[in-house]
Design a protein around this ligand. Structure first.
Ligand code: GLU
Length: 445
């Protein structure tokens, strides 16, 4: 059996971190099993679906490295939905209803008032042809419900949640189609899962009750349901579904200098029993990926944890992997010198400007000015080599008796304009002889 998964966003907005996590897990499961990962655009809502979001979803997945093996759009599949709908209608599994939203609301309130579950009473099922025609003559158009089989208990073994049971009598027959003929999410999704041969439906636990009804849709269409994995939702550091998470997506991650592999590495592991680990490639994470490792408690997404992971990953990146993203002139030696000081790859430019100059003169006082002037003179005499920092500081130590911070800090300040940064031993050769002398010399004036 070839594993087929699908990520099914509605292109009515940008992907947020929760969607990305779902996409990732679908992709990982397909890749781990040598299967196929499909992007299915749930764009039946033609008003709210926008082409710009379709493009953004594709671009986000590409940036994350989640390549799809196929793309489908629900808006191109209405003929199939119509056909399946007709077949279900013929066998009495979908039926027309005429209640208005207000009428339904009233029914619900009455049931709740009596302490009963607000399940649709199926009044429309007992309408006679005459009554139906009368309603239509009034100008009412039907919406359509899927008729659940009350005699068929619903159950499945969820790959994350374990055994699940639902009593169909306690669930309203779901509305699948609106008065204007447009589709709600439920039935087209089940039709597509059958038609595309989806073997594993991986999605958020907010879909658990949809699954209960969709299982009966699969059966009604003569298909066996796929396997299901419903993931606990993602929460922010405050422990709840925050507004921040809803607006956090690839564009923010990019602006903040996060590597795609950091985002992927974190989202692959949070909420599982496996630790978050720095990796430069997602491949090793596939080995341990399994739904049995997911817990049922909400997964906590912490932006500070992402930034820390990102930093560790940046420190592991080889020059070859990021050379295209480095400032002009910055070679492998420069990258290796500066890399330990970076939180993000983008910061390489700041440190590279420190190398290429000009740097702001630090305005040293008193003894330090004299000391740095001496350093300029000594540097002019010393043979220039990769070890020049060592020989310069050794000579200065001998001449002045300075050591530790009083020895190193004025030099760092004069040479870089900053009181911290990459190892001076690595920076000085990059700065170059003349520039270094010039930076040390004016500090004395
Ligand atoms: N379009 C649905 C959603 O975004 C898809 C759910 C599913 O995976 O079936 O919630």
């Amino acid at each position: 059996m070839t594993v087929i998964t699908r990520f099914a966003p509605s292109p009515t907005g940008h992907l947020h971190v929760g969607n990305i996590r779902t996409a990732l897990h679908n992709w990982m499961w397909a890749r781990k099993n040598g299967g196929r990962f499909l992007l299915r655009l749930d764009d039946t809502d033609t008003e709210r679906s926008k082409e710009e979001y379709v493009d953004a979803i594709r671009a986000d997945l590409a940036w994350l490295g989640l390549s799809a093996d196929g793309e489908e759009r629900q808006s191109a599949r209405f003929a199939l939905y119509e056909e399946k709908f007709e077949a279900l209608r013929e066998i009495g599994r979908v039926y027309p209803c005429y209640e208005t939203a207000q009428e339904l609301d009233l029914k619900r309130k009455i049931l709740l008032g009596r302490g009963l579950p607000p399940v649709y009473d199926r009044a429309a099922l007992s309408l006679s042809d005459v009554e139906r025609r009368a309603l239509e003559a009034e100008g009412r158009r039907p919406h359509w419900r899927f008729r659940l089989d009350h005699e068929a208990p619903i159950g499945w073994i969820d790959l994350i949640r374990g055994e699940q049971h639902f009593d169909p009598k306690l669930i309203s027959d779901p509305v699948i189609r609106r008065e204007d003929g447009s589709w709600l999410y439920m039935l087209p999704s089940a039709i597509d899962d059958v038609d595309m041969g989806v073997t594993h439906v991986v999605r958020g636990e907010d879909h658990v009750s949809n699954t209960a009804t969709q299982i009966q849709m699969f059966t009604a269409m003569g298909a066996s349901p796929p396997a299901f994995a419903h993931e606990a939702l993602l929460v922010g550091t405050e422990g709840k579904l925050s507004k921040r998470l809803g607006s956090l997506g690839v564009s923010t991650f990019r602006e903040e200098g996060m590597e795609a592999v950091a985002v992927v590495g974190l989202l692959a592991r949070i909420g599982t029993s496996d630790p978050v680990e720095p990796v430069v490639d997602v491949a090793p994470l596939l080995n341990t990926f399994d739904f049995s490792r997911f817990g049922r408690a909400p997964a906590r997404f912490d932006e500070a944890e992402l930034a820390a992971l990102n930093q560790r990953i940046v420190h592991m990146l080889d020059y070859a992997a990021i050379r295209d993203r480095l400032p002009e002139g910055m070679g492998e030696v420069g990258w290796n010198a500066i890399r330990p000081n970076l939180e993000t790859v983008a910061q390489a430019s700041d440190w590279w400007r420190v190398v290429t100059g000009p740097v702001e003169s630090p305005g040293l006082e008193g003894d330090d000015r004299v000391f740095v002037a001496l350093a300029a003179d000594l540097l002019a005499e010393l043979p220039w080599s990769q070890d020049v920092w060592k020989s310069l500081t050794a000579a200065l130590k001998e001449k002045t008796g300075r050591k530790g911070k009083p020895l190193f800090l004025p030099l760092r300040l004069a040479l870089t304009g900053r009181d911290h940064g990459p190892e001076m031993a690595a920076l000085l050769p990059l700065i170059g002889r003349d520039a270094a002398i010039a930076r040390l010399a004016p500090a004395t004036s």
